[in-house]
Design a protein around this ligand. Structure first.
Ligand code: NAD
Length: 480
């Protein structure tokens, strides 16, 4: 059991029921922890605490510089506990320790300082001269109580990219982590407890989809910031429409890597391996459709296969491991089903497949898998697999590559690989995605807004836009 309960109103409170969430190790398939599960009355208490903190507490009324200082102090506390945080994420989702330290924890830690720097430069208010001579004072005010709902794949990164800008904006927040990954969220709550924010500014209520849905529908919530699957995102959007709540949706993806004919196969293979197979492919902006010039397909497929075969698959707590298990048996089965489906659909299995990796007898592993000679109409090319499975599709000319890449329900990310950077940038402007990389997998940069179009959702996180997502604009018109 970790912690004494739920973090509500600035203290640890006993949950309203004895329901627990059991966290299961993806390596041993045995329980590693039990935590209290929130129910509806706990959500009520958390929203009420956030509501009180927002409506009557000091937090939204502080000078932005005071909130920025609090986030900088949190970054210090976070740095001191970061290895413990990485170990928890390895235990709950099976992320290899090297990736957990570098990306799962290193990235959010860096993001805290980056968001504080952005807030320090942010134009919280400005004055304009009105058309009729009035002074128009424009204030950027916090949207209110925010429900932050995240999945398990990059749990700290996804909480931090919501929580930091919301806090800097002056909002009060109820965080609902995924049931697969409550441990890191509870450690973050411990750090927030140490930080001594006014009670109710941040509340943490672990629970499942039912708890998330109840929170989204709560009349005390002003804005929902949701990251997760497209199917759940649709339900969240519908509930927010009913309550006229603001909502940001960061949903699924099926991003394309467009490899141009002047690209170097070995460099492309390294770039795609790191962008798409880290975290066992459980990354929303992974490049999972690899579009290669049909005439040189074999060269690129061989380079990719050679690169994939170098991956060290195994126990995530071993520092040498590059690919750990998937998060759950359900995800493992889902990904294995897609691998069988790809073979039935007629794609060529180049490496990987449905067997367990060498040496593994248990654990929710899937071998890194490469399909070639695929077609963009196949389900393995259209649906988000969320595992270590890449699909290579040939194209005849650049126009066809752009057409295939854009022929997707999703529009989250993508990348182009070319020896000619400007050719790559020109191609990027033709893509219907929210983000795009040139000669790299799309890399999360704290100063670059991130988000999707089409079924990948709407709204932007990170960058100045990531703070704006938690602000409303008020005009005060003063007679001249
Ligand atoms: P999921 O949608 O099942 O769950 C995500 C979170 O939402 C969990 O906390 C869950 O409990 C909660 N939830 C589920 N249904 C809900 C509802 N109706 N109302 C409120 N909350 C609800 O997602 P998952 O399968 O666990 O996570 C993987 C998905 O997340 C993938 O599709 C992936 O692409 C997506 N994702 C997107 C981004 C991005 O930035 N675009 C980042 C990471 C993951």
């Amino acid at each position: 059991m970790r912690g004494d309960g739920l973090f509500i109103g600035g203290r640890w409170v006993a949950p309203s029921s004895d329901a627990v969430i059991e966290v299961i190790s993806p390596v041993t398939e045995a329980p590693v922890a039990r935590v209290a599960a929130a129910g509806p009355s706990d959500v009520d208490a958390a929203v009420e605490a956030a509501r009180n903190a927002f409506d009557d507490g000091p937090w939204p009324r502080l000078d932005p510089s005071e909130r920025t200082a609090a986030v900088r102090r949190l970054a210090e506390l976070y740095g001191e506990r970061r290895l413990e945080m990485a170990d928890l994420i390895t235990a709950e989702i099976g992320a290899p320790t090297s990736f957990a330290q570098r990306a799962q924890v290193g990235l959010p830690w860096m993001m805290m300082t980056a968001f504080a720097d952005l807030a320090a430069d942010f134009a919280w208010q400005e004055t304009r001269r009105g058309r009729y001579g009035a002074d128009i004072r424009i204030r950027r005010e916090p949207v209110g109580v925010v429900a932050a709902i995240v999945p398990w794949n990059m749990p700290q990164f996804l909480i931090v990219t919501k929580l930091m800008p919301a806090l800097l904006a002056g909002c009060c927040v109820v965080v609902k982590p995924a049931p697969e990954s409550p441990l890191d969220a509870l450690l973050l709550a411990e750090l927030l407890d140490e930080l001594d924010l006014p009670p109710g500014v941040v509340n943490v209520v672990p629970g499942g989809a039912d708890v998330g849905a109840y929170l989204v529908g709560h009349t005390g919530v002003d804005k929902v910031s949701f990251t997760g699957s497209t199917a759940a995102g649709r339900r969240v959007a519908a509930a927010c429409a009913t309550g006229l709540k603001r909502v940001s949706l960061e949903l699924g993806g099926k991003s394309a890597a467009i490899v141009l004919d002047d690209a170097d196969p070995a460099a492309v293979a390294v770039g795609i391996r790191s962008a798409s197979l880290s975290n066992s492919g459980q990354i929303c902006n992974a490049l999972t459709r690899i579009l290669v010039p049909a005439k040189r397909s074999d060269e690129f497929v061989d380079a990719l296969a050679a690169e994939i075969k170098t991956l060290v698959v195994g126990d995530p707590s071993d520092p040498a491991t590059q690919l750990g298990p998937l998060v759950s048996r359900r995800q493992q089965q889902r990904v294995l089903d897609y691998i069988e489906m790809g073979q039935r659909e007629g794609a060529r299995l180049v490496t990987g497949g449905t067997g367990m990796p060498d040496g593994a007898e248990r654990g929710w592993y899937v071998r890194p898998t490469l399909f070639a000679d695929a077609d963009n109409s196949m389900r393995i090319a259209r649906e988000e697999i969320f595992g270590p499975v890449l699909t290579v599709i040939g194209y005849d000319d650049e126009d066809e590559a752009v057409r295939i890449a854009n022929d997707s329900d999703y529009g989250l990310a993508g990348s182009v690989f070319s020896d000619d950077t400007e050719r790559g940038v020109a191609l990027a402007t033709r893509m219907r995605t929210g983000t795009f990389g040139v000669n790299q997998g799309y890399t999360m940069d704290p100063y670059a807004p991130f988000g999707g179009v089409k079924s990948s959702g709407y709204g932007r996180e990170l960058g100045r836009e990531g703070i704006e997502a938690y602000l409303d604009t008020k005009s005060i018109s003063v007679a001249g």
